[in-house]
Design a protein around this ligand. Structure first.
Ligand code: AMP
Ligand code: ZN
Length: 113
């Protein structure tokens, strides 16, 4: 399978990893859209939000808990931050291994573009 984020998990492609546990990996986005822009991914390959099943219920909770920990560590938890998962073309998904964008460190406008 030719998946960029699986290659980051396998350390075949370098990334600035900021968090790792048994099930979750987080690293700096290579093209940051905010002072804090981190991608939180499951180590299990799931291509889009639509492929999440009840088998993944715990995994999704672990992704959110990792994101919360990183937000606190980066001092954006109290100020505010955003967790976004894009799904498919019109939402702008470009990497087909699910990821939460953790964005913070500036005012985030709503609705997003
Ligand atoms: P999305 O458009 O929601 O699929 O998000 C994909 C994100 O992955 C974008 O914000 C890219 O900047 C980011 N990205 C692409 N390649 C890399 C990479 N090698 N390392 C870190 N982030 C990446
Ligand atoms: Zn993958």
């Amino acid at each position: 399978m030719d998946c960029l984020f699986c290659k980051i998990i396998e350390r075949k492609i370098p990334a600035k990893i900021v968090y790792e546990d048994e099930h979750v990996l987080a690293f700096e986005d290579v093209n940051p859209q905010a002072p804090v822009h981190i991608l939180v991914i499951p180590k299990k390959h799931i291509s889009t939000s639509l492929e999440i099943t009840s088998d993944d219920n715990e995994l999704l909770g672990l992704m959110y808990q990792a994101a919360n920990k990183i937000a606190r560590d980066r001092n954006v938890a109290e100020r505010g931050f955003r967790l976004v998962m894009n799904c498919n073309r019109e939402a702008g998904q470009t990497v087909f291994h699910i990821h939460l964008h953790l964005l913070g460190g500036r005012i985030l406008h709503w609705p997003p573009g």
